[in-house]
Structure formats: structure tokens, C-alpha cells
Design a protein around this ligand. Sequence first.
Ligand code: ZN
Length: 80
Amino acid sequence: MKLVCPDCGEQKKLLYPADNLADRIFEGVYFDVDENGNVTQQPDDEAYLQQFNMPKFLQQARKDVAKGTELLCPTCEEYV
Ligand SMILES: [Zn+2]
């Protein structure tokens, strides 16, 4: 998949808003999405996220990404 923002151009990653999966526990949390559709949590969130079943949530996010869910640009934080 192409990681392009209409305003900012090519990006190294896009952001998946994790509150899609569970709006209360993941409020303000974003996962990184790479050009292969791989979804990973951000290192800064590790301490908070370790209490949750992240393999399950990351797999759900990956499925969402594969279905074409909307992602955000990490530069302008708008949907691309
Ligand atoms: Zn942008």
C-alpha cells in the first residue's frame, strides 16, 4: 500500500487510530502502519499497553487496515 498524504506527500508510516477497537481504553493511542500493512504499537505506549492483549488488538487492527479503514497522516494528523 502507498503511504501518501494528499497534503504532505509520501510518509514513512501512517497512523491507525486505536480507539476504533476500544474507544475508552485506547483513547489517543495510535498504531503505526507500514507499507506492507503491518500494524505495530508505538514504543512510547509500551508501558500503558502491556496490560492489554495486544496481539489480539493488533491483529484486529491489521484486518481493519486490510479492509481499507481510514488512516491518518503522522505529519498533519488528518485522514488521508
Ligand atoms: Zn499530511
